[in-house]
Write a protein that binds this ligand. Sequence first.
Ligand SMILES: CCCCCCCCCCC/C=C/C(=O)SCCNC(=O)CCNC(=O)[C@H](O)C(C)(C)COP(=O)(O)OP(=O)(O)OC[C@H]1O[C@@H](n2cnc3c(N)ncnc32)[C@H](O)[C@@H]1OP(=O)(O)O
Length: 393
Amino acid sequence: MAGLAGRFARRWCSGLLGSPLQVPALGLHVLGPAMLASQKDFNNAVSQVKLLKEDPGNEVKLKLYALYKQATEGPCNVPKPGMLDFINKTKWDAWNALGSLSKEAARQNYVDLVSRLSASSESPSPEAPAADRKQPESDSLVVTSEDGITTIRLNRPAKKNALTTQMYHDIIAALQAASKDESAITVLTGSGDYYCSGNDLTNFTHLPAGGLEEMARSAAALLRDFVNCFIDFPKPLVAVVNGPAVGISVTILGLFDVVYATDRASFHTPFSHLGQSPEGCSSYTFPKIMGSSKAAEMLLFGKKLTAQEACAQGLVTEVFPDGTFQKEVWARLKAYSKLPPNAMRISKQIIRNREKEKLHAVNAEESSVLRERWQSDECMNAIASFLSRKAKL
Ligand SMILES: CCCCCCCCCCC/C=C/C(=O)SCCNC(=O)CCNC(=O)[C@H](O)C(C)(C)COP(=O)(O)OP(=O)(O)OC[C@H]1O[C@@H](n2cnc3c(N)ncnc32)[C@H](O)[C@@H]1OP(=O)(O)O
């Protein structure tokens, strides 16, 4: 069995790292979010992969392979390999999971990933924009900082950027670091075709020694800490919603200062379907933003809004055509990031501070109600249904 696994791993490595592009090895640019990687940056990154000092492991090589194919050929356009063709099927799955991600975005994600791999295999250089930042524990979150913008990118496209327990911790740490760094603006966005599919429902399958009750207690504590970071975040916080958003990724939008969405995005809070109840302070912010009956349709009945509807209700600031979304949004954010940072901080304080106490109280109440909900049969059955593939939203 070990021999088979070893052979599998070796074939994997040679298949994934051998790339068809041969360009001279050049220094890699550390790219930030405010500009899209050029073809030259991409070619450099392709060369750089071959020079990595450490083997990045099969999962990362699979990501590199999928992004490379998407960046050079576009969305997966070849037939799915047969069940027994394990390696090619796994590679095909990874490519196919990137959905309609544009070639430009794939190129950028590829360059970002190589940049992180290079940075972690070398000693930090003074030019690296986020050199002194503690990097997230898992590569499901990518944090970059450039041109006055710190970007926190959910990077689990094959799982629609569902939030693992580790990702909640990493986002908390990233927000804490961003609140103290040099940047003027902080952005949350996603990789791939989804913004975020909400809480990873498998988080609830790892029962601790204390059983269900202990799991619900620690989940409620983590949820409360997570949402508190958004309530207290001191700088302009912008969501760049690059695709559909579900669950907690929607509810916390009420705590952002600006929300830009592609016209492919949708906004879905299916809490009743899941036997759960609202969080992220949405029980307070949504009625305030859109009025109580529109909020009830979303939070009680799980009505899914299109990007245009969410914009009309005031949850989204502006909607952009998907084809020009990244270019237009980042150009705008780059311009905003040049505004005096202290003025923006102080203006945010004036706008938000009088609400903070209320928001903390709402967060505490929502977390404690959910702690009970997570132990209910309604919730357990809904999660079991999703995991056994009987239910999808
Ligand atoms: C003890 C400590 C625990 C700590 C936890 C902290 C708790 C804080 C919790 C706060 C409360 C949050 C509430 C919510 O966010 S509720 C919303 C939860 N989300 C969902 O219910 C979405 C479920 N997903 C879907 O319905 C579909 O996947 C979706 C419509 C999003 C996309 O469908 P599509 O057909 O396009 O794609 P796939 O279903 O094939 O998805 C691709 C793979 O991704 C996996 N996936 C997607 N979403 C999730 C998810 N939320 N959780 C787990 N896995 C997810 C999906 O299973 C596919 O995986 P495979 O390729 O392996 O099959």
